[in-house]
Design a binder for this molecule. Structure first.
Ligand code: ADP
Ligand code: MG
Ligand code: ZN
Length: 340
């Protein structure tokens, strides 16, 4: 991994400047894990670190922990002092002001000026971005989206997020609060969503929503034999996937419905943005074809035929590192903007 301090920081910084290869600090802030790494502009990811997020201790403690992690990684990687930091964080945040408005899994985060607090604590330039938008930028720069100017990224995790890139530009609206693709309505009389609305995509295909359906059918429906046998273990999206692979009809029906909802949403996104590529990532994307097959089958009936011919639907290639690559993408953007 090239770890180790060798006292050669300046020559290395100069070499970086002369060969045009930049290295930045990437931080992925999650409700459970806080991860950091060094990412080079050519996509090499090194010096990976992960600690538990001290979420219960509140924003000040979390930001201190982030600054410690950054200092540690920067020292071991012998990064130049001006190397920027990109942070991907969950929840609505304004990337222009650097303020995190709210995070569902981090208690007490209300209008926290994360960018400025972390810049002061780490003495480095900092950019922050919402996890769905960062993931879209990461896929476009380093992942399966390389070479695509028009893509939609769907983050299927516990909740559902996403990001849209049109003509090479991230589409995030007046205050950077777009694009919450998980909360597009696919059924006016559908299930209640975590956001309070009814019939959102997330209420069908979010990890929590798939698990909820599984618990319901296991407690009531005939034909959920394998799910019922899951017995004492909690029914998660992964348990439902395993039951569907064994042929459980109730589990299969849940995933078929989730996949059709995903297809309906994809149809809407294809109509609105005319992407060349739709990238599906996040933990629930491990369902693979169980979800993508019904989605691919359904989506053409939800959009104009002309746009369906030119769109590919693929799984993310960055896996667990999507957040780190996304954070690196916004740090590199910051660096490039500073050089202009
Ligand atoms: P978050 O970042 O929101 O915590 P992740 O992207 O890590 O979410 O995804 C977590 C979700 O993925 C959970 O709902 C989990 O049940 C689901 N999941 C994890 N592994 C699998 C799997 N093999 N098949 C289906 N779902 C899975
Ligand atoms: Mg995540
Ligand atoms: Zn919603």
């Amino acid at each position: 991994m090239g770890d180790g301090m060798d006292g050669q920081r300046e020559p290395e910084a100069n070499a970086e400047a002369s060969n045009g290869r930049q290295r930045v600090l990437a931080v992925d802030l999650g409700g459970t894990n806080l991860r950091a790494a060094v990412v080079a502009s050519d996509g090499e990811l090194t010096h990976r670190r992960a600690v538990s997020t001290p979420s219960e201790a509140g924003p000040t403690a979390v930001i201190e922990q982030m600054a410690l992690l950054i200092a540690d990684v920067a020292a071991v990687a012998a990064l130049p002092s001006g190397a920027p930091v990109g942070v991907t964080a969950p929840g609505p945040l304004n990337p222009r002001t650097g303020v995190v408005h709210f995070t569902p899994n981090l208690p007490d985060w209300r209008d926290v000026p994360l960018r400025d607090l972390l810049a002061a604590a780490s003495n480095r330039p900092v950019a922050i971005g919402n996890d769905g938008n960062c993931a879209a930028l990461g896929e476009a720069r380093f992942g399966v989206g390389k070479g695509f100017d028009d893509l939609v990224y769907l983050a299927l995790g516990t909740g559902v997020g996403g990001g849209v890139i049109c003509r090479g530009q991230l589409i995030d609206g007046a205050h950077g609060l777009g694009a919450e693709l998980g909360h597009v309505v696919v059924a006016l009389d559908g299930p209640r969503c975590s956001c309070g609305a009814v019939g959102c995509l997330e209420a069908f295909v979010g990890g929590w929503a798939i698990a909820r359906e599984g618990r319901l059918v296991a407690s009531t429906a005939d034909g959920a034999a394998i799910l019922k046998e899951a017995g004492d273990q909690p029914i998660t999206a992964g348990v439902i996937a395993a039951a569907a692979r064994e042929g459980d009809p109730a589990a299969t029906a849940i995933l078929l419905r989730a996949g059709r909802a995903l297809g309906a949403a994809m149809g809407a996104f294809v109509n609105i943005f005319n992407p060349a590529l739709i990238v599906v990532g996040g933990g629930v994307a491990a369902l693979g074809e169980l979800l993508l097959h019904p989605a691919r089958a359904a989506f053409p009936s939800h959009c104009f035929p002309a746009s369906t011919e030119h769109v590919e639907i693929v799984l993310s290639s960055l896996g667990d590192d999507t957040g780190l690559y996304g954070a690196a993408a916004i740090a590199l953007d910051l660096h490039e903007a500073a050089g202009r």
